[in-house]
Design a binder for this molecule. Structure first.
Ligand SMILES: *Cc1c(COP(=O)(O)O)cnc(C)c1O
Length: 393
C-alpha cells in the first residue's frame, strides 16, 4: 500500500508493511539467518547490488526491513537502519561519522553511555569531543574547531529536560558544514521530527517509547540522504549491531499504538507535573509542559507536546529522594522510560553513575534529581502513589 499521503496515525498502522504470498494481515517473523538464491547469477547480483533480494540477516531481513521502512517514513527520512539496541545505533553512527583527529560537539547531559563510549573508548582511537550545554547556541559556536565534523544533540536531554533549539542549531551547523545527529528517544517521531528542521541523522532507543512495552531492547537510525544511509548501514553491518527478526516483530506491534500510548501518558504527565509543582515537599520540577520551564516557548515551537518525562527534586536532597523511591508502590523503581508502566529512578547513582562528579555538576545532574517516566495507568492512582510516598519523606 502506498502510505506516503496518509496521516501519521494511519502510517503507524500501515507504513512499512508488505503483502506476502499468503496474505498475512501482520508482518510475519522471518526467523532465518540466511536466504536461498534461485541460482548462482541471482546470488552474484544480490552481492553486486544489482538485485535487492535478501542475502543474510545481519545485512537485511524482511521483518526488520518492514520496521525500518515504517520509522523512516514516520521521520520523513530516506531510509531506516534497525540496531540491536539504542547504543548499537549510537556506536554505528559514531563509527560511520567519526575518526582519527575528528572532533564532535555534543550535549553535556546526554544519555550516560553515549558520552562514556566517546570518553572511554573512541578517544583511544583519536576521536575528540566537547560536551557543552547545547541549549545555549553560543556554547556550541564557541566549541567549533577546524576539525569539528559532527554536532550531536539530545533534546530534551536526559535527565535534565533541557531543550536545544533545533532550527538555530542546524543553521549554525550548516554554516560550518557539520553533520547534525539528533537523539529523538524522548519524543519519538510523534512529538518531534528533527529531519524536518534540517538535521541529517535521527535515531532512537526503540526500547523506550517506540516499542513502549518494556519487553525488548533495540535501536533505529533514520538518515536524510542515501549517502549517509549507506555509510551508517555499512558500519552497523560490519560491527554486527543488527536487530533480530523477532525483536523487530515486537517493535512493529508496539509502533501501531505509539500515538495513543503517548497521548495518554502525556495527558497523565501534565496532571502529575501540576500536582508536583504545587506540592510543599517538592523543591523544583523540570517539565517542558509547565510555564515554569525556561524553554516552555521553544517546546511549543518544536515539539507537538511536552511528552511524559519529568525531572524533579525533593526538599531534603538525595536522602529525601531515596525515601520517595523506596516508598512508591505503583511506580517501578527501575531505569528505562517510555513504557506503559510508570517508572522512577535516580540518575546520579544509576543511569549517569559513570559520569564524573565534576561533569555531572556541569551537566546539571544534581544529586537530588529524580527522573519520573509517567505511564498510562489511571492518573488518580499515579498521584495517590506519589502522595503516600511523599507523606513518608
Ligand atoms: C536508553 C537510551 C539510549 C540507549 O538505548 P538502549 O536501547 O538502552 O541501548 C540512548 N539515548 C537515550 C536518550 C536513551 O534514553
Amino acid at each position: 500500500m502506498d502510505t506516503k499521503n496518509l496521516g501519521f496515525n494511519s502510517k503507524l498502522i500501515h507504513a512499512g508493511a508488505f503483502e506476502d504470498a499468503l496474505g498475512s494481515a501482520t508482518v510475519p517473523i522471518y526467523q532465518t539467518s540466511t536466504f536461498r538464491f534461485k541460482n548462482a547469477q541471482e546470488g552474484a547480483d544480490c552481492f553486486a547490488g544489482k538485485s535487492d533480494g535478501f542475502i543474510y540477516t545481519r545485512i537485511a531481513n524482511p521483518t526488520i526491513k518492514a520496521l525500518e521502512d515504517s520509522i523512516a517514513e514516520l521521520e520523513n527520512g530516506f531510509g531506516g537502519i534497525a540496531t540491536s539496541s539504542g547504543m548499537g545505533a549510537v556506536t554505528s553512527i559514531y563509527m560511520a561519522l567519526l575518526g582519527q583527529g575528528i572532533h564532535m560537539i555534543s550535549t553535556a547531559s546526554v544519555y550516560g553511555p553515549s558520552r562514556g563510549v566517546i570518553e572511554q573508548d573512541f578517544s583511544r582511537f583519536g576521536v575528540e569531543a566537547s560536551f557543552v550545554d547545547t541549549s545555549d547556541i553560543e556554547q556550541i559556536k564557541a566549541a567549533i574547531k577546524p576539525n569539528t565534523k559532527v554536532l550531536y544533540i539530545e533534546t530534551p536531554s536526559n535527565p535534565t529536560m533541557e531543550l536545544t533549539d533545533l532550527e538555530a542549531a542546524v543553521k549554525l551547523a550548516k554554516e560550518h558544514n557539520l553533520i547534525v545527529v539528533v537523539d529523538n528517544t524522548f519524543c519519538s517521531p510523534y512529538l518531534q521530527k528533527p529531519l524536518d528542521f534540517g538535521a541529517d541523522v535521527v535515531f532512537h532507543s526503540v526500547t523506550k517509547f517506540i516499542n513502549g512495552h518494556a519487553d525488548i531492547v533495540g535501536g533505529i537510525i533514520v538518515t536524510k540522504t542515501q549517502e549517509l544511509y549507506k555509510k551508517i548501514r555499512h558500519a552497523m553491518v560490519y560491527m554486527g549491531c543488527n536487530m533480530d527478526p523477532h525483536q523487530a516483530y515486537l517493535v512493529i506491534r508496539g509502533v501501531k499504538t505509539l500515538s495513543i500510548r503517548m497521548d495518554r501518558a502525556q495527558e497523565n504527565a501534565i496532571k502529575v507535573a501540576n500536582y508536583l509543582e504545587k506540592h510543599p515537599k517538592v523543591a523544583w520540577i523540570k517539565y517542558p509542559g509547565l510555564k515554569s520551564h525556561p524553554q516552555y516557548e521553544l517546546a511549543q515551537k518544536q515539539m507537538k507536546g511536552p511528552g511524559s518525562m519529568i525531572s524533579f527534586g525533593v526538599k531534603g536532597g538525595l536522602d529525601a529522594g531515596r525515601k520517595l523511591m523506596d516508598n512508591v508502590h505503583l511506580a517501578l523503581l527501575a531505569v528505562s522510560l517510555g513504557g506503559v508502566e510508570t517508572l522512577i529512578q535516580h540518575p546520579a547513582s544509576m543511569t549517569h553513575g559513570a559520569v564524573s562528579k565534576e561533569d555531572k555538576i556541569k551537566a546539571g545532574i544534581t544529586d537530588d534529581l529524580v527522573r519520573y517516566s509517567v505511564g498510562i495507568e489511571d492518573v488518580e492512582d499515579i498521584i495517590a502513589d506519589l502522595e503516600q510516598a511523599l507523606a513518608k519523606v
